[in-house]
Structures are given as structure tokens and as C-alpha cells.
Write a protein that binds this ligand. Structure first.
Ligand code: F6P
Length: 503
């Protein structure tokens, strides 16, 4: 049970608290690192350069208790229908072995089916396969794309391309260099009705037909929670890899949606990824709030969004292999928590998810960091870096990358005085740093699960349902109306655009 009056009082106290500048926080507390850095597996989560004092963390622990975070977490892992607006359970952790026993068992069976199909593909049962064209959008593309790019860019197994955008230029780019006679198409869609995906899939099939491929449908794999729809579309049952309805799109990379990841990494790598995520599940489930990495990160998020009223948060990956992480996080965080009503349908009494944005270091330093250091917005920054290099160049490259990452966090915090206002850096700007020992499938699995649980924890602290996404529906239905009826019944601006470009 949540305790609303207690929640209100905690927020009021958090907003009223006097918090010193970051430099002073460090000077006042020589033990700060020991209390504001959390180690999980080989990953260091450093929240020390944020404004959260010990007392702030205490208040958030109290808030988590008043919001019954432990109860919500138990309900999620138990497979209760916590996605109340859709009457669904939220069971992505069961895919990695942590959750309701029946779902864990079902997931194991589905995984073994996926492995059997991959073994058959490797044995060339579907003919020669050198390329995998993964077609999906949103959660059916962002996770696989991130993982293949991060972990398998030098894979000598299969070339994998992920195409999501309905712009034909994206499909052309994806198949550039692919031999249609040696390509396998993976159509990834939870619903198997998403317009962009179905159009891309049809065009990819046409590309094969035009090239004279025998039985193009025989080279299509469907990754879906709607197997009957995939069969209607023409995919044989033996090549459909289903996953349960209780797996949300943006949480689905652990299911058969991860097929291209398993193809590119090999089965052992895919299993390692799941095990890394399971380790984070266990950490989130059993670690007390103060030492619980996803929960502490959510405290930081809530503090800046609600107490300091920051409208954005920035994520910079200081590792080229993680260049797709900001886009992946945009969907995870903004589609999950970009809501304006509570799970009971009442208007929330403050800001919910900030805008997540970001890029890669060091590139971003030469583009957007000016605003971070001297602009008028306060933007909490998150740095992600990896100790072990992912390249074979002179070690100076990786050292320079890490040096820059750490320098930026220090500069944001310490600032610099000057007689010249244009050369003054105000400092006192917060950052968190996540430092992985190495970018292994295990470590990345744990990192992604960390972000999933942090997003869930944010939702619970806000009192919202993180697992629906009705906000995306209106635009989809208007697009359908334009497609079927043309410029009818819209505002003059929209009608003029349709008339000019589409008729
Ligand atoms: O439009 C939003 C959305 O429903 C996402 O939540 C989802 O990841 C994406 O579309 C793709 O949906 P599907 O996997 O059903 O094609």
C-alpha cells in the first residue's frame, strides 16, 4: 500500500532542504565515496558527484518505502498484472530465469526452440546464410541493434543489419552489400501488425523475388508474440519464434527478438548476456535500497527531475561500441515514464520523465558540451565508460578517451572562476559515472537490466504505470486515416501539406 500523505511530506522536505555546492559536499564529507559509489559485478556506479547527501538518500529510502517499492517489485517478479491499464504482467526478467516459475519454464522451452532453429540455420538447413536482415521498429529493433553493434561488430559469423525506418533509403542502406541468395530475413514484431515493419518486410521479400531467390518465404523467420498473424502473413510455423504477451516491446531483447544477437554472437554469448541481466535482477531484488544500484540511480533521477526541475538528462557513452545506447535509452525511459497520469488515472502532481538525450564522447565535447558547462540549463549528465579498450590501436586512443571522460565530470563539478564573465565556468553541475571493467555480453546484459529496473523504480516513485504506451496510438490512427481517406477533415495546415506532397 502506498502512503500518499507521507509521500507528500517527504517531497516537501526534499524540496525545502538546503544543499551545499558539490565541491563543499566533498569537503564536508571525506567518506563520501564509500557511501555514494556502488560496485555490482565488474561495474562501478559512481553517484558521488551529484547533490544527493546522505540525508537525501535517507529521504528517498523513506519515499521508496512510502511508495511501496518493495511490494511493486515483488509483484513484478511474481508475474502479477502490474501493467494495470492493459491487464498484463511484466515478465521480461523471467526470460533470464528470474520470475514466476511457470513463465521461467515457458521461456526456457521457447529459448530451446530458438536454439534448435539457430543450429539448423548454422547447419544450412535453410540454404546458405551469410547475412541476416533484421526488420523491426522501436523495441523490436533498438535493443538488437545496440547489442549487435556493441558486441558483434567484428563477428566472423554473420553480417547483421537492422532496419527500422519505413523510409526506403533505410532498407536500401541495410541490404547494400547483401547477397539476396545468402540472406535470411528476421521479421521482428510483437504484434506483427506494425505498418513500417510489415512494409519493410514485404519490400525485402520483393528484393529476394526480383533476384530470383527460390522460395523467399522459406528464408523468413518471425519473432513475435502473435504467431497466428505471422502464419497469416505467410511464415511457416516451424520458423516462428514466439514470446509471451507479458513481454513489453521495449523489454523484449531477451526473448526471440534477440535472434540476430544470438546469430551474431553465437549461442554461448547470448546466454552470457541473459546471465548478466539475471545477476542484476538478483541485485535489484535483494539488495537494500542504499546499496541498490538501479534504485539509487532512480533517486538521482527523481531528485533532479522533481526537486531541481531539470527537464532533460544527458547520457554520453565514452565508448564507440555503445554509441547506440542513448537512442535505446530514449525509448526505454521516455516511452515508459513519459506520462501525465498516475496508475489510478489521476493527474501527476509534478514532472515525470525528463527528456533523455545524449551522444558519444569525445565527439559530443566538440558539439554540445559548451551548453552543459556554461549554459543556463542545469542538466544532470551520465557518463558511461569501459576500462578495457575495444580497439587494437595505440593504447593512447583509449587512454585519451577515458581521460576526457573523467575530465568532463571534474570540470562540470569544479567550474572555474575568472575576471572575464565569458571565461567563467559556474561549476556545481552534477554527473554520475558508470564504469565497466570490460564490455562483455555479461556486463552489457547487466547494464541494460540496470536501466530497466531503474526505469521501473522511477515509475513506482512517480506512482505511474511504466508499461503501457498509449501516447503513440493517436498519430498512428491519424496516419491510417490519411492513407485511406486523403486530405479530409483535418486542419488547413495538415490538409495543405497532404495536398502538396501526396496527391
Ligand atoms: O509504437 C510503439 C510501439 O508499440 C513500441 O512500444 C514497440 O516497441 C514498437 O511500437 C514496435 O511494436 P511491434 O513490436 O509490435 O512491431
Amino acid at each position: 500500500m502506498t502512503d500518499d500523505s507521507r509521500i507528500g511530506a517527504i517531497w516537501s522536505a526534499l524540496k525545502a532542504a538546503d544543499v551545499p555546492e558539490l565541491r563543499t559536499i566533498f569537503t564536508n564529507d571525506p567518506d563520501r565515496l564509500a557511501k555514494h559509489v556502488i560496485e555490482v559485478g565488474g561495474t562501478r556506479f559512481d553517484f558521488a558527484k551529484t547533490h544527493l547527501l546522505d540525508a537525501t538518500v535517507d529521504a528517498f529510502v523513506d519515499l521508496a518505502d512510502a511508495a511501496d517499492l518493495a511490494g511493486a517489485r515483488t509483484a513484478m517478479f511474481a508475474g502479477e498484472a502490474i501493467n494495470n491499464s492493459e491487464g498484463r504482467a511484466v515478465e521480461h526478467s523471467a526470460l533470464r530465469g528470474e520470475g514466476r516459475a511457470e513463465t521461467v519454464k515457458e521461456a526456457k522451452m521457447l529459448r530451446s526452440r530458438m536454439r534448435t532453429l539457430i543450429d539448423a540455420i548454422e547447419a544450412e538447413a535453410l540454404g546458405e546464410v551469410r547475412h541476416v536482415l533484421h526488420i523491426g521498429i522501436g523495441g523490436s529493433a533498438l535493443g538488437p541493434d545496440l547489442l549487435v553493434d556493441a558486441l558483434a561488430r567484428n563477428s566472423d559469423r554473420y553480417d547483421v543489419a537492422v532496419v527500422s525506418n519505413v523510409d526506403g533509403a533505410a532498407l536500401e542502406e541495410a541490404i547494400k552489400g547483401f547477397d539476396p541468395h545468402a540472406t535470411l530475413i528476421a521479421v521482428a514484431s510483437k504484434t506483427f501488425t506494425t505498418g513500417e515493419t510489415m512494409l519493410n518486410a514485404a519490400s525485402a521479400l520483393q528484393w529476394m523475388m526480383d533476384a530470383g531467390v527460390d522460395d523467399p518465404y522459406g528464408r523468413v523467420i518471425a519473432l513475435t508474440a502473435a504467431p497466428e498473424k505471422a502464419m497469416e502473413w505467410g511464415v511457416d510455423e516451424t520458423r516462428i519464434l514466439p514470446f509471451p504477451e507479458s513481454i513489453g516491446g521495449r523489454y523484449s531483447l531477451w526473448s526471440s527478438i534477440g535472434f540476430p544477437v544470438a546469430m551474431a554472437l553465437g549461442w554461448a554469448g547470448f546466454e552470457e548476456l541473459l546471465e548478466g541481466a539475471a545477476e542484476m535482477d538478483r541485485h535489484f531484488r535483494t539488495t537494500p535500497p542504499r546499496d541498490n544500484a538501479p534504485l539509487r540511480a532512480a533517486f538521482v533521477d527523481q531528485y533532479y527531475a522533481r526537486v531541481r526541475e531539470c527537464q532533460t538528462r544527458a547520457v554520453f557513452a565514452y565508448d564507440e561500441r555503445l554509441r547506440l545506447l542513448p537512442s535505446y535509452l530514449q525509448q526505454l525511459e521516455m516511452e515508459s515514464n513519459g506520462k501525465a497520469v498516475t496508475r489510478d488515472g489521476v493527474a501527476v502532481d509534478g514532472p515525470t520523465a525528463p527528456v533523455t538525450w545524449g551522444g558519444v564522447g569525445t565527439d559530443a565535447q566538440h558539439a554540445v558540451f559548451q551548453l552543459l558547462h556554461q549554459g543556463t540549463h542545469l542538466i544532470p549528465v551520465e557518463f558511461i565508460a569501459v576500462t578495457e579498450a575495444g580497439d587494437r590501436q595505440d593504447p593512447a586512443h583509449h587512454d585519451t578517451l577515458l581521460i576526457n571522460c573523467f575530465a568532463q565530470g571534474a570540470a562540470l563539478m569544479q567550474g572555474k572562476e575568472s575576471d572575464d564573465p565569458a571565461r567563467t565556468y559556474p561549476g556545481n553541475r552534477p554527473s554520475s559515472t558508470i564504469l565497466l571493467d570490460a564490455l562483455t555480453p555479461n556486463a552489457l546484459g547487466a547494464l541494460i537490466a540496470f536501466y530497466e529496473h531503474r526505469t521501473f523504480a522511477n515509475g513506482v516513485l512517480l506512482g505511474i504505470n511504466s508499461f503501457d504506451q498509449f501516447g503513440v496510438e493517436l498519430g498512428k490512427s491519424i496516419a491510417k486515416a490519411i492513407e485511406s481517406e486523403g486530405p479530409k477533415g483535418f486542419d488547413p495546415s495538415t490538409m495543405a501539406l497532404i495536398e502538396r506532397a501526396l496527391t
